[in-house]
Design a protein around this ligand. Structure first.
Ligand code: ZN
Length: 331
């Protein structure tokens, strides 16, 4: 098991193969963003609402604004330090974004790309390997299971797998693989006859939820006592984000909360989970090294007092990878 196996920066051919699909996605996102924004860059009336810190409820009015991105005011909470978007799309605009937006189509086009699937497969092998360190094969639910790569890999390792997914094309592709997957939202569309789960996977889910704490409590309800929760979120403390800040595509409609390893672990411990495994992965080293050396070193210094080690391993040793991954046990 090695994080380098699915690190896009280690595969120049993957970057090359994904260039076009990534560009198309960025263009589609820009078109979707601008459809919701007024000339001054704020959201049009009736599109979004404002909220306080989703982790501690401290008022947004007292938070420090880090920057603005596509109408979103990105705040650092004065109470707990959590970084979040003050502005969140209202349910109607949010659902339209998932169901029929240009970016949801471009996103699906990216996910069926062979190079993308190559990396996802390698990552699924890694994640299921990590899971096996803490549990024999049992029941696994993947919330937001996309094309089912993780479920397929878990099934190969004798797990009994279940999935729920909002994207219709993705659900179709799961069903073609013979996976037990339903179309819809969690938890309201979860079939009542499915069992309580031994493990639940939330990959790139928590950052999308307007109320991550409440949603987490709902997800915990279908997890057995002592069951495992696998979580992946974008890492707000990654070196690439420290360099690019509001220019990074992580700050987009749909990403409302920005976790670090520390804030993710803190939330889960408050909600009754014990942390078994926590790390960052995906270095984005090639994107980082495309910047001038002084920009990279200045960004590093905002995150760590250690001497910069500009290798994938050096970033991971400092928890500066692009994604946070953790395994937690329900107590
Ligand atoms: Zn807070």
């Amino acid at each position: 098991m090695n994080r380098a196996d699915f690190d896009a920066a280690s595969y120049p051919w993957v970057r090359q193969a994904l260039q076009q699909a990534n560009q198309a996605l960025r263009q589609a996102e820009q078109a979707d963003f601008s459809g919701l924004l007024a000339a001054d860059g704020e959201f049009l009336p009736g599109v979004a609402y404002t909220r306080d810190c989703p982790l501690c409820d401290h008022p947004a009015a007292n938070a420090r604004q880090l920057f603005r991105a596509h109408g979103m005011h990105i705040m650092a909470c004065a109470g707990c330090g959590f970084v979040y978007s003050r502005d969140v799309l209202l349910p109607g605009a949010e659902q339209a974004r998932y169901r029929q937006s240009q970016s949801s189509q471009a996103n699906q086009a990216l996910k069926v790309n062979e190079a993308y699937r190559f990396l996802e497969q390698k990552k699924a092998e890694y994640v299921v390997g990590r899971l096996a360190q803490f549990s024999p094969p049992a029941t696994l639910l993947d919330v937001g299971c996309s094309n089912g790569t993780l479920l397929e890999q878990a099934r190969r390792q004798a797990w009994q797998t279940y999935g729920i997914e909002l994207g219709e094309t993705a659900v179709q592709s799961c069903l073609e693989k013979g996976l037990q997957v339903v179309h819809g939202s969690f938890p309201q569309d979860l079939p009542a006859h499915w069992p309580a789960m031994d493990a639940v996977a939330l990959f790139d889910v928590l950052e999308h939820l307007p109320s991550p704490r409440q949603s987490l409590q709902q997800m915990t309800a279908c997890l057995k006592q002592d069951g495992l929760l696998l979580v992946q979120v974008p890492n707000q403390r990654s070196l690439l984000l420290a360099i690019e800040q509001q220019k990074n595509n992580n700050y987009c409609h749909g990403h409302w909360s920005y976790f670090t390893p520390r804030t993710l672990q803190g939330l889960l411990e408050e909600e009754g989970f014990a942390c078994l495994h926590l790390e960052t992965y995906i270095s984005e080293l090639d994107r980082i090294l495309a910047y001038d050396d002084d920009i990279v070193r200045n960004a590093w210094a905002t995150l760590s007092n250690e001497t910069p080690q500009l290798t994938a391993e050096g970033l991971w040793a400092q928890d500066m990878g692009y994604k946070v991954f953790g395994i937690f046990r329900r107590r």
